[in-house]
Design a protein. Structure first.
Length: 167
């Protein structure tokens, strides 16, 4: 593609590319384009793309969300909570051709710095597709889920795990 891949802030016209990467990265966890567009509209400062020229080759989407809670897959949020002490890392996805090249750590560290700078104490996520080891390598630790969270995690698949990284 000519231009080296680099992380940058997401733009509104990146949403189609984000949805395309998501479909490749998470075939068992489909989310509509509208979900990505809404998250960008609600909290653009938590949205990044791995750009290679004009092509979106990966993305990260995060936003404030209550600790211990997870939004249902493929659903609109409506609004974000007033409390901003926890950010939820909704998705980090890379096009299959971009995996294993060290692209994840820089954007996760950028997110951690941004979140800390805006007063967040932690980042939470749901690990899917047997990725607990990957997320542990980025500073996240599994958290025991209560009965309510356990029920919500079921929609994310058998190997899903709620994880938190203190900032």
């Amino acid at each position: 593609m000519g231009q080296a891949a680099h992380w940058r802030a997401m733009h509104g016209d990146d949403v189609d590319g984000v949805a395309a990467v998501a479909a490749l990265a998470f075939p068992d966890h489909f989310e509509r384009r509208a979900c990505f567009a809404e998250r960008f509209a609600l909290f653009p400062q938590g949205c990044f793309v791995l750009a290679e020229g004009d092509a979106v080759r990966g993305y990260l989407i995060a936003y404030p969300w209550p600790l211990g809670a997870i939004p249902p897959l493929n659903s609109l949020l409506g609004e974000l909570p007033e409390a901003r002490d926890t950010w939820y890392l909704h998705d980090l996805a890379l096009h299959p051709d971009m995996r294993g090249q060290g692209h994840a750590r820089p954007v996760v560290e950028r997110l951690a710095g941004d979140a800390r700078g805006q007063g967040a104490a932690r980042i939470a996520l749901v690990s899917v597709n047997d990725s607990v080891r990957f997320w542990r390598g980025l500073g996240f630790e599994p958290v025991a889920a209560d009965a309510t969270l356990t029920r919500k995690l079921e929609s994310y698949g058998d190997a899903s795990c709620y994880m938190v990284r203190a900032l």
